[in-house]
Write a protein that binds this ligand. Structure first.
Ligand SMILES: Nc1nc2c(c(=O)[nH]1)N[C@H]1C(S)=C(S)[C@@H](COP(=O)(O)O)O[C@H]1N2
Ligand SMILES: [Mo]
Length: 386
């Protein structure tokens, strides 16, 4: 039964809606200019140099979970992985007795672990920020593995490594992936062993048969083909991978004791020497435009910018946007991020004052938010209007 009041309310709503919507016509998508030449949605290179950037410009609210065959790739599957049936994770170091734990023993405990975003610390304008994707993961909390061994009281940290036997070399990256975490960091982040993405087994390039996912941290810690866990103490040196990613994960250039050392540091020249001097490689709150649509509304030009906001401890409520520094920041019109576990879309309409080149900058207006990359202009993008 529709009451008279409901009916009048609906009729009035429909009338207002039709008034508020002048005739809008999407004319084209305006490309970003001044970016690198990494192709999107295309696998390039092999082994350690293998990359696939996701085409962020196509993202809509329906595609915020990335299909596995599009999910970005950073380092392709090493040439020779052992067969799954015999895949074991070796746990050793500061514990009562080392153990080789067959993956098959853990698999019955696999369960949905939620949708989480992974962003490569090397994500940049060179690849149109496409080294970033989100998937719905299945796996088991790291504790399922750790509770099978008994750590010595001296163990304060865990070194997690992946099977990385690449035949080819990459002048820009070091082979072998490993990261050292405190027990507390792993627990707080909700680190888990992932065995499936979006309901299907991990593809070889994404770490089959098992990888680490550390929600909220950069992808460089999410070790693929995970096969080794070593319990260490606070004297552990940072790994090559940690040193390689030190600047990209906002580490100090040197640890406190490194200033006292006279000899040059061995592997890399940047980053603390000890794992204990590394800060959690967490992703700050970040935002970037991904698509600029040119519309015509009642004959007049109007731009609609669509973008993403992600990272941080919680989703920001106030996001600001500006088109060239002179024009000043204004609140993003349609921005209502729901979660910091994965990315959220926002959009903003803007009438350009005229032709020219515009740099789109974003800013988070929240006192609690750490936004180091964003504030450096790292995620800014440019368009050229004729
Ligand atoms: N074993 C191993 N794990 C690894 C890497 C690697 O080179 N080897 N690269 C890391 C980096 S830098 C990133 S960004 C993510 C990328 O995961 P994806 O290729 O599944 O997107 O894997 C991480 N795990
Ligand atoms: Mo990465």
């Amino acid at each position: 039964m529709i009451t008279r009041r409901d009916f009048l309310g609906q009729a009035l709503g429909a009338l207002l809606a039709s008034r508020a919507q002048p005739s809008t016509e999407l004319v084209e998508t305006v490309p970003f200019v001044g970016e690198g030449d990494l192709p999107v949605d295309t696998l390039v290179g092999s082994g350690l140099r293998g990359r696939r950037a996701l085409d962020l410009s196509k993202l809509t609210s329906e595609s915020l979970v990335t299909p596995q065959e599009k999910f970005f790739v950073r380092t392709r599957c090493p040439n020779a992985l052992p067969p799954i049936e015999s895949f074991k994770i070796s746990v050793r170091g500061l514990l009562d007795a080392p153990r080789e734990i067959p993956l098959a023993e853990l698999l019955p405990q696999a369960r949905p672990m939620g949708t989480h975003l992974v962003e490569c610390a090397g994500n940049s304008l060179a690849g149109h920020f496409g080294l970033m994707s989100a998937a719905s993961w299945t796996g088991m909390p790291l504790s399922v593995l750790l509770e099978r061994v008994s750590f010595s009281g001296r163990a304060t940290r865990l070194l997690l490594s992946g099977f990385d036997e690449h035949r080819g070399r990459d002048p820009d990256s070091l082979p072998g992936a490993s990261w050292i975490f405190t027990f507390d960091e792993l627990q707080k982040a909700g680190a888990f062993l992932a065995t499936e993405m979006n309901g299907a087994p991990l593809a070889p390039d994404h770490g089959f048969p098992v990888r680490l996912i550390v929600p909220g941290w950069y992808g460089c810690v999410s070790i693929k083909w995970l096969n080794e866990v070593v319990a260490v103490d606070d004297s552990a040196l940072a790994t090559d991978q940690m040193r390689e990613f030190a600047s990209r994960t906002e580490q100090d250039p040197y640890g406190p004791l490194d200033y006292l050392m006279t000899k040059p540091q061995s592997q890399a020249s940047y980053g603390p020497r000890y794992a204990r001097d590394f800060k959690p490689a967490t992703i700050d709150v970040a935002a970037a435009p991904v698509r600029v649509e040119r519309h015509r509304v009642d004959g007049k030009p109007l731009l609609r910018v669509v973008g993403l906001v992600w990272g941080g401890d919680r989703p920001p409520r106030r996001l600001l946007i500006r088109f060239n520094p002179e024009l000043g920041f204004a609140p993003v019109e349609d921005c209502n991020p729901k979660t910091n576990a994965t990315w959220n879309l926002w959009s903003h309409r803007w009438t350009p004052p005229g032709p020219g080149r515009y740099r789109i900058d974003l800013k988070v207006d929240e006192p609690w938010a750490r936004t180091r990359r964003l504030d450096r202009g790292f995620y800014s993008r440019q368009i050229e209007l004729l």
